[in-house]
Design a protein around this ligand. Sequence first.
Ligand code: SF4
Length: 303
Amino acid sequence: MGFLFDSFEGWKDYCAQNKMSLSEVVLEYERAQKGRSTLDTRNGLSAAWKVMKEAVHTGLEEEMKSRSGMIDNGAKKVYRYPKAVLSREFQNLIARALAAKEVNSCMGRIVAAPTAGASGIMPGVLYTLQEIHNIEEDKIIDAMLIAAGIALIMEQKASIAGAVGGCQAETGTAAAMGSGAIVFCLDGNIEQIFNAVAITVQCMLGLVCDPVAGLVEVPCVVRNASAAAIANSSAQIALADVSSVIPVDEVIEAMGEIGASMETRYKETALGGLAATKTGQRIAKRVLISDIEILPDEGAPSS
Ligand code: SF4
C-alpha cells in the first residue's frame, strides 16, 4: 500500500480504479501498514481533533507567556482587538492559529499536524471552518484523513521537517493539509482538493527555517497564522476551478528541490535569517545566560 502515497496522481488513480473516496484509501493504508481498524483510526483522529480544539481554547483563555518572553499572549490580543481587518471570521482564524501554536511554545498539549512547529494551522483552519459552515464531526474526521494522506505524499516526495526542507516543508505542508481539508468540507472534487494543495505550496515555496535562539517561537507562531490565511485563500481559488497550472506532484517536487538546495543555516540551525539578526543574536545570548543560571551549581548538593 505504500505506493499509494508516492504521488497525488497515484492516489487519484487508485480511487478511480477501486471506486473509493480519498479518505477510504487512507483508512485502507492505515489498515495495511499499521493493522488499525477503521474504528480505531477514526477514534484516534477524533481524539486528536478534541486536543486541537482544546489547544485553541487554552491559547485564548490561559496565560501564554514563554520562558524566553518572546511569546506573550498574542492570540488573546488579536482575538479581543475591536477592529477586524476583513471580518470577524478572519480575525478568529488568525487568533485561533496563533492560540494553538502559542500553547506549543509554552509547552502545552497540542497535535503535531504534521509537526509541533506547525501545530496551530490545522486547529485554526478546521475550528473556524466548522463554526462558519456547521460541518459535522464525521466530515471533519474525513477531512483529517485526507489531510494525513496529503502529508504522507509531501513527506515522501519532499519533506515535512524544517531541518530538512526549511519552513516551506513544515508550515507549508500544514497549510496544504488545511487547504485540502477546506475544499473537501465544502464539497470540492478530487481535482479541486489537489489543486488547493498545489496553489498553497506555490505560495509557501522558498520559506526558510530561521527560529530565533533556536526556539520554536519567532517567527514560528506568526507563520502559523499566515499559513492558515494562505490555506483559506488557496481553497477559495481552487474551489472556483482556477488552475495551479503546474500539477500538484510537480509543485511538491519543486519544493523538494528547493529544500535540498537550501543552505544549512536556513534549516533550523538558528544560524541564518531572523536568527542571525542583531536582535535575534541578543535574544539568543539572553536565553543562553538564563538557561545557565537555572542549572544547579557544580558541586552543590543535588537534592
Ligand atoms: S521557522 Fe523552522 S522551527 Fe519555526 S515553524 Fe518554521 S520550520 Fe518550524
